[in-house]
Design a protein around this ligand. Structure first.
Ligand code: GYE
Length: 356
């Protein structure tokens, strides 16, 4: 710990010195240039899109941090399409940017483009969602075929743990809200299929409940929890509502608990539940993930029960890591976000301090 602090301190001095050099020895610029560079760092950033409140907060954080760090940001919105991300990254390579940051919409399909980045000598940072190898350091740093070398750092949450936390909350609270049931039937709205956020939350939720993590539907070993419906709503409010409408039509009287892989889908589902004549937060216990403002409003209003925080304010860490990488300073392979859980017992108190 002491050592880590020292390293951080030394890093900060270097970063400050670099910033001062760029600002002509004065000002409070935070970085933006590296040793031996007489211009701003140029960062290409491939964002997924604007599918949720969380994503908007993440984008705003990245843009604000780039300004604060005096980094020239080339921002590209892929509108949910991996193809657009690949194209954007290829353009960044052609433009010879100094560093590339990207949020992979899904986990797979990155090998070729990341090898192109390696060949061009452009380091990459994976933000928010991960790809294979995000928590491992390669045995041989020069082996291009080892996925552990395909990007330099990953900055984001532990999605599996978020699934664990959601399940823990259900185990501790479902019976308080709907007492006297021998089995709690669960419906699930999954995120974008194949994304690390969807896969991690799917597995973590089942693991903690004691349900087979390799299948969508199933019953816990103790027989108390049963996932009876599970479908993707692609992380959007509109699709969350649409899928929940179908769930209400087929099983409206059977659902006790809803897990939504993000708050936007939970908020869409709340509407569908109300339109089907049920009381969200009472007839159906609702848990979302993200802890965006919309979820706090719903928790305070009583229509949503809990939200597991996932921190989107990753911009400052992305910029700090980029400057370190370009200064050839050591960085963590995975910078894990720290997060909290919220429900109706603490939502009102926390709401005024929420930044997103
Ligand atoms: O939970 C969801 C978003 O990847 C963690 O993507 C992110 C997820 C987030 O659209 O709201």
């Amino acid at each position: 710990m002491k050592l880590a602090k020292k390293a951080l301190f030394a890093g900060l001095i270097l970063v400050i010195a670099a910033g001062m050099a760029f600002a002509g020895g004065g000002g409070d610029s935070k970085g933006g240039v590296t040793k031996g560079m007489d211009r701003k760092i140029v960062m290409g950033y491939s964002q997924i899109g604007a599918e949720s409140e969380w994503r908007t907060a993440c984008t705003n954080s990245v843009k604000a941090a780039a300004e604060e760090w005096n980094i020239d940001l080339r921002f590209s919105d892929a509108q949910q399409q991996q193809q657009n991300q690949l194209q954007a990254i290829r353009t960044f390579i052609q433009q010879k940017v100094d560093i590339i940051a990207f949020t992979p919409v899904v986990e797979t399909g990155w090998e070729a483009i990341l090898k192109e980045c390696l060949d061009a000598g452009i380091p990459t940072i994976c933000v928010d969602r991960s790809i294979e190898g995000s928590d491992r350091v390669a045995a041989n740093p020069n082996d291009k075929n080892d996925p552990d070398n395909w990007f330099t750092a990953f900055i984001g949450s532990d999605m599996e743990q978020e699934g664990n936390r959601a399940a823990k909350w259900v185990i501790a609270n479902a019976a308080k809200i709907k007492p006297g049931k021998s089995v709690y039937n669960i419906a699930e709205l999954q995120g974008t299929v194949g994304s690390s956020a969807q896969m991690g939350r799917f597995k973590g939720f089942r693991d903690t409940l004691g349900i087979n993590p390799t299948s969508a539907l199933g019953t816990s070993k103790d027989g108390k929890f049963k996932i009876i419906l599970s479908q993707t709503g692609d992380f959007t409010r509109a699709q969350g509502k649409q899928v929940m409408e179908a769930f209400m039509k087929s099983n409206g009287n059977d659902i006790d608990v809803l897990l939504a892989h993000n708050d936007d889908m939970a908020i869409g589902a709340i509407q569908a539940i109300q339109e089907a004549g049920k009381v969200p937060g009472k007839d159906i216990v609702i848990i979302g993930i993200d802890a965006v403002k919309g979820a706090f409003e719903a928790m305070v209003a009583g229509t949503m029960n809990a939200s597991i925080e996932c921190n989107p304010l990753l911009g400052p860490q992305v910029m700090e890591t980029a400057v370190k990488i370009l200064n050839k300073q050591p960085v963590e392979k995975w910078v894990v976000s720290t997060e909290s859980d919220y429900d109706q017992t603490n939502a009102a108190a926390a709401y005024p301090t929420r930044q997103y």
